[in-house]
Design a protein around this ligand. Structure first.
Ligand SMILES: Nc1ncnc2c1ncn2[C@@H]1O[C@H](COP(=O)(O)OP(=O)(O)OP(=O)(O)O)[C@@H](O)[C@H]1O
Ligand SMILES: [Mg+2]
Length: 365
């Protein structure tokens, strides 16, 4: 059993608290992704779990056992970093076996575990090479192999793919997913690539300024963001977000443009309230060129001037001006459009989000 439990976990450097009392329960074999902007405390949190960083306050339990004061080697965790940190003078085989060797493992046991990790990660042909003779992706695989041979209860990953080019990253992402299915360990995976988080994780933890902003499944954080911050952070291209004032059953934007108040929020706001209106690019489309949600009751039509288009092959992103800035929409069966064209857009307001401008919290009931 390798649950991980963080209770009021805090880290301060002098007077500055960089992790501010976070609570998190990770289930056995769960894959958790920790995301958030640079400096929000992701690596610090991971390093405290690993025991590489003292904690200032709170409690860390792994498998129900308090580990606050245990050294890293006694926590039965393996950590994989962004820099692979392989030993350059050792072969792949020696790199894989090194931690077992210093732990005093028998040669037979060592060979068996190295062979197992090598076969899981497809390293068999590379065992006699040195790191300098490997590609970036192969090196990262060796780094993961080194983590696997120790048969840890918990894997901790700190942006393991961020040194790889986009194509390799996508491949390795798939491999990590397969790996998790095979080894069935608990994983805590730090990334600031939200696509990585969405595709890999059972649950995503979104951090901001040392606090946890929201914890949820990929579907929950995408469809039901609890705050404006999460709404803007999860999703690519990002959600369109605009400040507005509630005015007599409508949303009044700074530019003077108006939209009907989405009906799911009517009970929760009153005239004069300052709000932030959000709509994903998937829920705005040039009329006739998107997938309507089926119930067209809450689809609002308006004509907007196109500023720029980005053809992506299977779809085109259409940027149109709304409320003084660009509004991104998706056109699923692309037709040629050019800047300046006025296009009739369909807005699926049943999918809209509304947040308090003051607190940033959702106004969903
Ligand atoms: N040894 C240190 N002394 C003082 N401040 C530190 C120290 N280490 C980290 N910090 C600060 O703690 C905060 C959190 O750092 P951390 O490395 O956890 O961020 P992160 O979320 O991993 O960011 P990134 O995405 O850039 O890796 C940052 O503001 C950082 O400057
Ligand atoms: Mg970091």
């Amino acid at each position: 059993m390798a649950t991980v439990s963080l209770k009021k976990l805090t880290k301060s450097y002098g007077p500055v608290a960089v992790v501010q009392g976070i609570d998190l329960e990770v289930a056995d074999r769960e894959f958790i992704a920790l995301v958030g902007p640079s400096g929000c405390g992701k690596s610090t949190t991971l390093r405290m779990i690993a025991g590489l960083e003292d904690i200032s306050d709170g409690l860390i339990e792994i498998g129900g056992r308090k580990v606050n004061d245990l050294p890293p080697r006694s926590r039965n965790i393996s950590m994989v970093f962004q820099s692979y940190a392989l030993y350059p003078h050792m072969t792949v085989r020696e790199n894989l076996g090194f931690s077992l060797k210093i732990a005093g493992a028998e040669k037979e046991e060592m060979d068996r575990r190295v062979a197992e990790a090598s076969s899981i990660l497809g390293l068999d042909q590379l065992l006699d090479r040195r790191p300098s003779q490997l590609s970036g992706g192969q090196r990262q695989r060796v780094a993961m192999g080194r983590a696997i041979v120790r048969d840890p209860d918990v894997f901790l990953f700190d942006e393991p793919l961020s040194n790889l080019d986009a194509k390799l990253r996508t491949q390795m992402r798939t491999e990590i997913k397969k790996l998790h299915a095979k080894v069935q360990s608990t994983v805590i995976y730090v990334t600031h690539d939200q696509v990585e988080a969405m595709t890999l994780a059972d649950r995503i933890v979104i951090m901001r300024d040392g606090f946890i902003e929201q914890v949820g499944t990929p579907d929950e954080v995408f469809r039901r963001p609890q705050t404006r911050f999460v709404a803007g952070f999860i999703g690519s291209p990002p959600m369109n977000l605009h400040e507005a004032a509630v005015d007599d059953g409508q949303l009044l934007f700074q530019s003077g443009e108006r939209l009907p108040l989405p009906s799911q929020f009517k009970a929760n706001v009153a005239t004069g309230d300052k709000v932030v209106f959000g709509l994903r690019p998937d829920d705005i489309y040039p009329t006739g060129h998107g997938i309507s949600s089926g119930e067209d009751a809450d689809v609002h039509q308006m004509e907007l001037p196109v500023t720029v288009t980005e053809p992506l092959g299977n779809e085109t992103l259409v940027f149109a001006e709304f409320n003084g800035s660009d509004w991104v929409s998706r056109m699923l069966n692309p037709k040629p459009l050019k800047a300046g064209d006025r296009v009739k857009m369909s807005l699926d307001l049943s999918q809209a989000h509304l947040f308090s401008a003051e607190t940033g919290k959702t106004l969903r009931g």
